[in-house]
Design a protein around this ligand. Sequence first.
Ligand SMILES: Nc1ncnc2c1ncn2[C@@H]1O[C@H](COP(=O)(O)OP(=O)(O)OP(=O)(O)O)[C@@H](O)[C@H]1O
Length: 206
Amino acid sequence: MTISLNQTGKRFNYDWIFRGVTQTFREGQRYAILGPNGSGKSTLLQVISGAIQHNEGVIEYGTPEKPIAPDAFFRYCAIAAPYLELIEELTLTEIIGFHLQFKKFLPGITPAIAMQKVGLEKAAGKQLRYFSSGMKQRIKLALAIFSDVPVLLLDEPCTNLDAAGIEVYQQLISEFGGNRLIIVSSNDPQEYFMCEHFLRIQDYKK
Ligand SMILES: Nc1ncnc2c1ncn2[C@@H]1O[C@H](COP(=O)(O)OP(=O)(O)OP(=O)(O)O)[C@@H](O)[C@H]1O
């Protein structure tokens, strides 16, 4: 899976958040979008995901031989982000079951294994409304990283995690990242420890 941005820009009203982003994101590579608070990291990640529209430039998914329509890209990616809400009425077991109706897990990952890998096996029957913020973040990471998709988009993946949670995150990426394309928006080196490519949002302020 390849994602190509060509002179891509996004504005809110008259405010350009970034302009002129030209970058190809390739299979198996790990990219970090860096920048201070409010600089536009989440916005760029959401533009890449197709969740919000860009205002100029072109974004292409797939390869020239096998292009993917922008409105079908959501099937190929999984996202973990602070602004994505979980359904609080559901239990952990139910939210995993709900998720699996749309995206299956990687081969060999059962709901029980997923819960155990993020240290939540004892909370299987608990409603999400009673989860701590760190527990919720662990679920979001599990749902995204265990999804059997070629692209992972992670927005501030260690939000609300304690030291043990950060270790869990890093272990999950190392063990299950595989040959997937991973893009992280972050300003914390612990979150982008695995990245070899860096985009600085400040380079795209014109
Ligand atoms: N829907 C919106 N309408 C108007 N402005 C917006 C909207 N969403 C974001 N912005 C603005 O776009 C800018 C970039 O926000 P964004 O959330 O992408 O930054 P960020 O780099 O991810 O920040 P942080 O590190 O704090 O998460 C901010 O100035 C924000 O106020």
